[in-house]
Design a protein around this ligand. Sequence first.
Ligand code: RP5
Length: 164
Amino acid sequence: MNKTLVGIVMGSQGDWEVMQHAARSLADFGIAHEARALSAHRSPDALIEWVEGLVKRGAKCFIAGAGGAAHLAGVVAAKTTLPVLGVPIPSRHLQGLDSLLSMVQMPKGIPVATFAIGDAGAANAGLFAVAMLALEDAALSKKLAEFRRKQADAVLAAKLPELK
Ligand code: RP5
C-alpha cells in the first residue's frame, strides 16, 4: 500500500458531505490519503495521537474541516510543523461565517491556510495539496497542468443560449 501523504480530518461525521470533495481531488490525482472524523473539543487526545502517528508515517500535510467554533485546523497546526489547510464547514445558524472566522483568525506564529466555505473550499484544499506535492514530482505536476488545460477548454467551449 502507498504511504499516506495527506491526512484529512473533520470535526464530525456530518462534515464528510463537504470533506469528501477534498478526498475526491486527492483520489483523482492518485494521492494516498487517510480520512478521519476526530474532534478538537470532543476527542482531543485521539486527534493528537492520530496527527502524531501520521507525521511519524511520513505524511506531507493535513486538511482539516470543521464548523462553528472551528478550532480543529488550529489544534492540528499547533501539533505539527507540516502545512495545515483549513476548510470552514457551513453551519446551521450562521452558514459557515462562524467557521471561517474561527479558522482564519490564527495567532501569529501558527498558520492555517484557510480556504473557502464548503464544497469549493474542500475541493481546492485537495488541489492545493496536490500542487504542493507536485513541487517535487514532475509526473504529478504534468497531470495538474493537464487538469488546468481541460478546465480552461471546458470554459472556452461553453455555448450561451440564444436570447428568447
Ligand atoms: C463541529 O461542530 C463539527 O466540525 C461540525 O461541523 C459541527 C457540528 O457537529 P455535530 O454536533 O453535528 O457533531 O465540531
